[in-house]
Design a protein around this ligand. Structure first.
Ligand code: ZN
Length: 217
């Protein structure tokens, strides 16, 4: 995390490696990476900004899992995450509304980081996504029904529970209807990956195939 100070613009250039920092020779002469890069250290300044670990670790999954757990806001067996560390749900947005979409909140955390969450937290985030229902905003990946549906596909992979595929497919049918409606309302499609029909098409294909991941690099 980089914390800015002062009012003048600046440029930050940073390069880092988190594993296999140096290489050593094996007995057979081939090179082997050595994980001596250091660790995720406990740092008071980083912790003040919600970006540090409370216990030193060299394991990236552990470091990120701890942060995800610390900022999870749980209520009645459901969980969501605020858009920025330290904020309450709904705080920091112009309209004060709590968001439940890929780019803000539980659906994105579950869809992309389910492996780091642990099953209980991941399922609670998925359950919130299901109960919140399809998005009125549209069908797209970033803040639409298809993006939220990827949380269900992540849970299917994570838990093996077919209920998540059923839910994913229900969202897929709704998303397909939203695309159709928008096309007839506007007389044209929307040709972008994250906010348009292309992302929704990928989601529908994954639901037919019975699983898949967001088209991230
Ligand atoms: Zn968005």
């Amino acid at each position: 995390m980089i914390v800015g100070a002062g009012e003048l613009p600046c440029t930050v250039f940073a390069v880092g490696a988190l594993e296999h920092h140096t290489t050593g020779s094996r007995v057979d002469g081939t090179l082997q990476g050595v994980a001596d890069w250091g660790a995720y250290t406990v740092d008071e300044a980083a912790l003040r900004h919600g970006a540090g670990v409370e216990k030193e670790t060299t394991n990236a999954d552990e470091a990120y899992a701890e942060t995800l757990q610390r900022f999870a806001i749980e209520e009645d067996g459901l969980v969501n995450w605020p858009p920025l560390p330290g904020l309450q749900l709904g705080e920091g947005s112009r309209d004060g509304q709590i968001r439940t979409q890929w780019c803000h909140g539980a659906p994105g955390i579950v869809a992309t980081l389910a492996d780091l969450l642990g099953e209980e937290l991941a399922v609670a985030g998925g359950e919130l996504t299901w109960r919140a229902g399809p998005l009125q905003k549209g069908a797209n990946l970033c803040h639409g029904t298809a993006g939220n549906g990827y949380a269900f596909l992540a849970l299917l992979e994570h838990t093996g529970d077919e209920r998540w595929l059923t839910r994913a497919r229900a969202f897929a049918m709704h998303a397909a209807g939203q695309v159709e409606h928008n096309r007839s309302d506007y007389g044209r499609g929307r040709y972008t990956l994250w906010t348009g029909d292309l992302g929704t098409a990928l989601y529908l294909a994954d639901c037919i195939d019975g699983g898949g991941k967001l088209p991230l690099p």
